[in-house]
Design a binder for this molecule. Structure first.
Ligand SMILES: *[C@@H]1O[C@H](CO)[C@@H](O)[C@H](O)[C@H]1NC(C)=O
Ligand SMILES: *[C@@H]1O[C@H](CO)[C@@H](O)[C@H](O)[C@H]1NC(C)=O
Ligand SMILES: *[C@@H]1O[C@H](CO)[C@@H](O)[C@H](O)[C@H]1NC(C)=O
Length: 426
C-alpha cells in the first residue's frame, strides 16, 4: 500500500482527535441511537435544529495505516449511529412572488410549488434536415429516460401523441430548380406535419413538448406557436445560429436554417423554396428572438444577426457575465418576462464533453450541464414558458454509455422545464 507522508500525518491526526472534540467540530454530525430518535439542539441565540438518527454508513475503503506500524493506536472507526442534519435556518428568507421563496436558501427548496400543466408530448422524428442517420430515433431515446412517466407522477396532465407521421416524399439533393439545398421537399412536408400536429396540441389547450429529430423541426413548431401566440418570444439555445438562408447556407442542410423561415424580418429570403414552404408565415419579429450558447456561426449568419441587431449571446458572453445574467439580459431584450415564451433547445448547446458526441454537429467549449439546468430553472421562474423542444439527439452517434447519459441529461433538463429541478414532485 502506498501511503504518502502527508496522508500518514493526516490520518494520525484524525485518529488522535478525541471523540468529544470531533463532536463539537461537527455540530451537525452527532452520535445518537437508535434509529428514528429525534435529537433537538438548542442554540444560545434561541434557534434550534432537529434531526433523525440513521444507521452508520457502510464501511468505506478509506486507507488505514497498517496495524503493525501503528500498534495500539490503530483502531478501525467505531460504527456509531450518526445524526446528520441540515442546520435549520436561523433567519427566515422572505418569500416573495418572484423568488418563490427559495432564492436565498436551499433549505426552503421543498416549499416551492410546481405549477401543474396540461402537456402534449410529440416526437418529431425528422432526419432530412441534415445527412446523419439516427436522429429520427432521438424521441425514442428521450422517452426512454422515463420523463413522461415522471411528469405524470408529479401530477401534470400529460398526453403523449406519439411520433408524428412525417410523410412519404423523398427527394434527392438539388430539386426545385437551381437550389443548392438538400431535400427541401422532404423537409417541407415533414415540417408541415409537425406544424399541423403542434397546432392540434395547442388547440387542445396543451403545452407542446417536442422531442427531435433534427432542428429543422423548428420551422413547424415555431410557425404553429407564433400563430397561436402572436406576441411569442423565443429563446433559442444552440451552438449554431440556425439562421442561414438559401443564399448563405454553406452546407445546404436545412437544420441550419429554421430561424430564417420564421423570422418576419427575413421574409422572402428563401423564396426559391416557396414550392415546399408556402404554408409557412414568417410571423416572429427578430426582436423577439434571443440566441444563447453560440460558438459555431457561419459568416453569412453573423451578417444577418448584425443587420437585425439580434440578442445573440455567445459562449464568450456566458464566460463574461455568467449564465444567470445572460438569461436575464436575454429575457429583457426580448421582453420575455411579459410575453409567452417558447424555448427551442439543441442538445449540441451542451459541451461535447457532456454529451459524448450523441449529436450530429457536436462543438466543444459549450455549456456544462450545471449551466443548462441553472438556465432552465431561471427561465421557469422568470417567464411563462408555453412550449419546449429538445432537438438533435442522435442515439446512433456516440457510445451506448454516452447515449444513456444523454437520456439522463434530457430527463433532468425536462424536469426543470416543469419546475421539478430537484426531483421534487409537488
Ligand atoms: C444555376 O445557377 C448557376 C449560376 O447561378 C448557373 O450557372 C447554372 O446553369 C444554373 N443551373 C440550373 C440548373 O439552372
Ligand atoms: C434563388 O433564386 C434567385 C432568383 O430567383 C437566384 O438569384 C439565386 O441564385 C437562387 N439561390 C439559389 C441558392 O439557388
Ligand atoms: C395540415 O393541415 C391542413 C389543414 O387541415 C391540411 O390541409 C394539410 O394537408 C395538412 N398538412 C399535412 C402535411 O398533413
Amino acid at each position: 500500500m502506498n501511503v504518502t507522508l502527508f496522508e500518514i500525518f493526516a490520518i494520525s491526526l484524525v485518529l488522535l482527535v478525541p471523540e468529544s472534540l470531533s463532536d463539537s467540530l461537527y455540530l451537525s454530525h452527532r452520535r445518537c441511537s437508535p434509529l428514528g430518535t429525534s435529537v433537538v439542539t438548542s442554540r444560545p441565540d434561541g434557534s434550534s435544529d432537529s434531526c433523525t438518527c440513521h444507521p452508520p454508513p457502510p464501511p468505506t475503503t478509506t486507507i488505514h495505516p497498517p496495524a503493525h506500524k501503528w500498534g495500539r493506536r490503530h483502531r478501525p472507526p467505531k460504527a456509531t449511529w450518526k445524526c446528520t442534519t441540515i442546520l435549520a435556518p436561523t433567519m427566515k428568507a422572505a418569500p416573495t412572488a418572484t423568488t418563490n421563496g427559495f432564492e436565498n436558501s436551499l433549505v426552503l427548496v421543498k416549499e416551492a410549488k410546481v405549477k401543474l400543466r396540461r402537456i402534449g408530448v410529440q416526437g418529431a422524428p425528422i432526419q432530412k434536415g441534415q445527412p446523419k442517420l439516427g436522429v429520427e430515433n432521438g424521441p425514442m431515446l428521450i422517452r426512454s429516460s422515463g420523463i413522461v412517466e415522471f411528469l405524470q407522477d408529479v401530477g401534470h396532465d400529460i398526453l403523449d401523441y406519439g411520433n408524428i407521421h412525417l410523410g412519404e416524399v423523398f427527394n434527392a439533393a438539388s430539386v426545385g430548380g437551381n437550389v443548392s439545398i438538400h431535400d427541401p421537399a422532404d423537409v417541407g412536408e415533414a415540417t408541415h406535419h409537425i406544424y399541423n400536429n403542434t397546432k392540434q396540441i395547442l388547440e387542445e389547450h396543451r403545452f407542446p413538448l417536442t422531442f427531435g429529430g433534427d432542428h429543422a423541426l423548428a420551422i413547424g413548431t415555431l410557425s404553429a406557436m407564433s400563430e397561436y401566440y402572436p406576441d411569442l418570444a423565443v429563446i433559442y439555445i444552440d451552438a449554431h445560429a440556425d439562421i442561414n438562408t438559401v443564399d448563405t447556407s454553406p452546407s445546404g442542410n436545412m437544420h441550419g436554417m429554421p430561424l430564417s423561415f420564421v423570422i418576419n424580418d427575413l421574409y422572402g429570403s428563401n423564396s426559391n423554396l416557396t414550392d415546399y414552404f408556402s404554408w409557412v408565415a414568417a410571423r416572429i419579429p427578430a426582436n423577439n428572438v434571443a440566441q444563447i450558447a453560440l460558438r459555431d456561426v457561419d459568416p453569412g449568419e453573423t451578417a444577418i444577426i448584425d443587420k437585425l441587431g439580434m440578442a445573440s449571446f455567445t459562449m464568450r458572453d456566458i464566460d463574461r457575465y455568467g449564465i444567470r445574467r445572460v438569461v436575464d439580459l436575454a429575457l429583457d431584450r426580448i421582453k420575455g418576462k411579459t410575453r409567452p415564451l417558447y424555448v427551442s433547445m439543441d442538445i449540441d448547446s451542451l459541451d461535447d464533453m457532456e454529451i459524448g458526441s450523441t449529436t450530429g454537429t457536436p462543438v466543444p467549449g459549450g455549456l456544462t450541464l450545471r449551466e443548462v439546468l441553472t438556465m432552465i430553472e431561471d427561465l421557469y421562474r422568470s417567464a411563462n414558458i408555453v412550449g419546449f423542444e429538445l432537438a438533435e439527439v442522435n442515439p446512433a452517434l456516440g457510445s451506448e454509455v454516452a447515449g444513456r447519459r444523454v437520456a439522463e441529461i434530457s430527463r433532468h433538463i425536462l424536469s426543470c422545464v416543469f419546475g421539478s429541478c430537484y426531483g421534487r414532485r409537488v
